[in-house]
Design a protein around this ligand. Sequence first.
Ligand SMILES: *Cc1c(COP(=O)(O)O)cnc(C)c1O
Length: 384
Amino acid sequence: MRPDPTAAPRRLETLAVHAGGEADAHNGAVAPPLHFSTTFKHGPAAERLAGYEYQREGNPTQDRLETALAALDGGEVALVYGSGMAAMTAALECLPAGSEVLIPEDCYAGLRSLAAEFLPERGVTARRVDQCDPSTVAAAMRPAVRMIWAETPSNPQLRIADLAALAQIAKQHGALLAVDNTFATPLLQRPIALGADLVMHSTTKYMGGHSDVMGGALVFARRDGLFDKAAHRRHISGNVLAPFSAWLTLRGLRSLPARMAWHCANARRVAAFFAVQPAVETVFFPGLPTHPNHAVAARQMADFGGMVSVTFKGGREAALAFAGAVQLFTNATSLGGVESLIEHRASVEGPNPVSPPGLLRLSLGLEHADDLLADLACGIAALR
Ligand SMILES: *Cc1c(COP(=O)(O)O)cnc(C)c1O
């Protein structure tokens, strides 16, 4: 009997190319078909003929993407949403009234708003704790805490949380560990293998990878009640991803491993460049041995990611002068695309910014590192 090739364990690079990519059963098309149909033919008593009924509940293009996402993160099942924030909101809305969730001190601004404005309306309390030190998290646990929400590396200060330690704390207290894995992607970090119950992605970033498609995902370690609840809520709330967006995201996933390697290599070069500049105060990059949690990052990540943040001794004024002097880097929000972006975070955080006034966040794209460094040198020159 010939060995079944589908039974062999696959490496992530191979899964990224093939998961959810079966040739079309009807015509053999190798590239995945894109189905726009909102409705699917059923029998006279609503018998499902091919598994589908209505696009909002489920559709073939979305299924391919969810299969691929679950495979990459090592979960049993995944759900995709119209944005990262939609996925995050869906996960946090599964918490019962009266419960608490621990969120990181440094985190995506949308999570902070959700925690401050929306969760209290649902009777859920979010408490911010420093998640870099597991003992601080352990000390913050009490019976009402039903979830630890981690984000590592965090946005924008690239802080690192020890996911295996957090998973252990969560389990000891009967709580769930959910991880925003947007910055790392499953190529660099696999929270479920470290004990997490739930992984969230803004697929708008590295997974889509080309700054042209918005989306979000939840990957569940197990197909259990939490998944059933989230799937039912998505169907009823209509918090869905359009098929074309699912198709573009799946297309992005195929080259994710190759792109991540290049993003990481460019980030390493850029972090090393900033580390020796006298005008720079702090370089935030988990790959630098000077990063306070470098050892944890080296243990739980395959590489250190494509994001670098930096603060200047000249504070806000220097940061703005630097951001105004670069040409190849575009001043824009978001990250994970092929083009390098730079952003003064405090300026986009609204009336009460939480980022240091002198902080710039850089998303390293796929340009040649020498060209990026030459452009950054123009930024440094503008400070003199
Ligand atoms: C962008 C981002 C989000 C939100 O995702 P959207 O797709 O913009 O809604 C959440 N978490 C992190 C870490 C992000 O970078």
